[in-house]
Design a protein around this ligand. Structure first.
Ligand code: GRG
Length: 295
C-alpha cells in the first residue's frame, strides 16, 4: 500500500471516530433524524476533504484535536450536500456510497432534515472553543466555510448546474460551475486546515492556489469516471452527465484532452506547495491520488 493510501486511511479512522462522537444515537422520535444523519455520514466515502484539512494543518504543527474538528465540519457539509443532491427534486439518486441514499432508507422529509442538521452542526463544531482558543480564528474559519458552502460557493454551483442552459457552456462557464459546486469545499478544506494551524496570509494564498487546481482536477476526473467507471465501483449511478447533456470537461476537451488537462493541473497544484518542503508531502500525495482515483 502506498504511503498516501495508508495516510488517508489512518485519517479516515480518526474522522470516523470523531463523527461517531458528534452523532451519538438518541431514543425517541428525535432519534430518527440522528439515525439518518449517521446513515448519511458514517462509514463511507474517501474522506478526502477532512484529509486535506488535517494535512494542511499538520504543516503548521496544529494539534490534531483541532484540525479533526475542521475536517468533521467540512465532511458534514459535504454529506449534507450529497443527501440533498440525491433527493427526487434534485438528482433523484437511489444509491450513494454503495448503499441506499438517505431518502430511500428513510423518507424525503427525514433526508431534508438530516441534511439541514448536518449543515448546522458543522458550524456548531467550528464555533466551539475546542476548535481554537482564539475566537478570531474560529470566526475566520467559520466565515470561510460559510462562503464556500452558500450562494457564492457550493449552493450557487448547484443552482447553475440545475437551471443553466449548459449545452452552450464554454471552458469559462464549465470552470465557473465546477469551481463553485465542487471546488469551493475542496478549497475550504485546505485553507481551513491552514487557518486553524496558524498559516500566514501568504501561506494561506499558496494553499488556496494548490486547492483551486486540485478541485478542478478532481472534477475532471469525476467527469471521466462518470463515463468510464461502473456503478458498483463508483457506489452511485453512472453516465448521468451524458444522459442529461451536461457541460463537462470531456465535452470540451475529449477524453484524452480531459485526462491531460487533469494531469497538468496536478503538476501545477503541487508546484504551489514548494515553499512548505517535506511537510507538504501528504498534500502532494493527495494531488496524485485525485488523478489516479477509481471512485
Ligand atoms: C445540494 C446544496 C447541494 C449541493 C450539491 C456536491 C454536490 C452539490 C452534488 C454532488 C453531485 C456530484 C456527484 C458532484 C461531483 C463531485 C462530487 C462532490 C463527488 C462526490 O465527492 P467524493 O468523490 O465522494 O469525494 P465521497 O463519497 O468519497 O465523499
Amino acid at each position: 500500500m502506498s504511503a498516501f493510501k495508508k495516510n488517508i486511511q489512518e485519517t479516515a479512522v480518526l474522522v470516523e471516530t470523531a463523527l461517531e462522537d458528534f452523532l451519538p444515537t438518541q431514543e425517541g422520535p428525535l432519534g430518527r433524524v440522528v439515525d439518518a444523519m449517521r446513515w448519511g455520514s458514517l462509514d463511507g466515502g474517501k474522506r478526502l476533504r477532512p484529509f486535506l484539512a488535517i494535512a494542511a494543518a499538520d504543516i503548521f504543527d496544529c494539534p490534531r484535536e483541532r484540525s479533526i474538528r475542521v475536517g468533521c465540519a467540512v465532511e458534514m457539509i459535504h454529506c449534507y450536500s450529497l443527501i440533498h443532491d440525491d433527493l427526487p427534486a434534485m438528482d433523484n439518486s437511489d444509491l450513494r456510497r454503495g448503499r441506499p441514499s438517505v431518502h430511500k432508507k428513510f423518507d424525503d422529509a427525514t433526508a431534508i432534515l438530516a441534511g439541514d442538521a448536518l449543515l448546522t452542526q458543522a458550524f456548531e463544531i467550528l464555533a466551539d472553543d475546542a476548535t481554537h482558543p482564539d475566537g478570531a480564528v474560529r470566526c475566520a474559519v467559520a466565515l470561510e466555510l460559510a462562503r464556500a458552502s452558500g450562494k457564492a460557493g457550493m449552493v450557487g454551483g448547484q443552482m447553475i448546474d440545475i437551471y443553466a442552459e449548459q449545452k452552450d457552456f464554454d471552458l469559462a462557464g464549465v470552470t465557473q460551475l465546477q469551481r463553485l459546486k465542487t471546488g469551493a469545499l475542496i478549497r475550504f478544506s485546505t485553507i481551513g486546515g491552514g487557518l486553524v494551524g496558524g498559516a500566514s496570509k501568504e501561506e494561506t494564498a499558496l494553499l488556496a492556489a494548490y486547492a483551486e487546481d486540485l478541485g478542478l482536477a478532481f472534477q475532471i476526473v469525476d467527469d471521466i469516471l462518470d463515463e468510464t467507471a461502473d456503478a458498483e465501483t463508483l457506489g452511485k449511478p453512472v453516465g448521468q452527465d451524458t444522459e442529461m447533456d451536461k457541460a463537462t470537461f470531456i465535452k470540451l476537451f475529449g477524453m484524452d484532452g480531459a485526462r491531460s488537462k487533469a494531469e497538468q493541473l496536478v503538476i501545477t497544484a503541487k508546484a504551489h506547495l514548494d515553499r512548505f518542503g517535506d511537510a507538504a508531502e501528504p498534500l502532494r500525495g493527495a494531488a496524485d491520488f485525485v488523478f489516479e482515483r477509481k471512485n
